[in-house]
Design a protein around this ligand. Structure first.
Ligand code: AMP
Length: 114
């Protein structure tokens, strides 16, 4: 989508620090990290949020979650643990309307979710 920041990252119009890429997904470092390791995992196809991803007839949502778990292992987060978040819509405080999953770890995170 023309005015989507994450589509521009996929296209290379906006630089990012890529952690992983394949034909369906991209993972890159969050520009404003909330933990020592903060990776954003996105589908290459544009969709607004988890609802649109779950409504697809393919296995993309499960694929992305599997990728998040693999990246957590690759990043050395599996032993101590980590957090996986996807914000959706206004009450979820989603700021970029291209579905994304946050992977956070590398330190003790606080117990608050909201
Ligand atoms: P959310 O608030 O869940 O929509 O998350 C959007 C995330 O995208 C935030 O954590 C931002 O820091 C991150 N973000 C926005 N622009 C960029 C960018 N150009 N490169 C990397 N991360 C970004």
């Amino acid at each position: 989508m023309d005015d989507c920041i994450f589509c521009k990252i996929i296209d290379g119009q906006i630089p990012s620090t890529k952690v992983y890429e394949d034909d369906r997904a991209l993972a890159f470092l969050d520009i404003n990290p909330q933990a020592p390791t903060h990776i954003v995992v996105i589908p290459k196809a544009h969709m607004r949020n988890i609802l649109e991803c779950a409504a697809r007839e393919d296995d993309l949502l499960g694929y992305l979650m599997g990728l998040v778990a693999q990246l957590a292992k690759d990043q050395g987060l599996a032993d101590k643990g980590f957090r996986v978040i996807t914000n959706c819509g206004e009450h979820g405080a989603q700021s970029v309307e291209h579905f994304h999953i946050h992977l956070l770890g590398g330190a003790q995170l606080n117990g608050k979710m909201g």
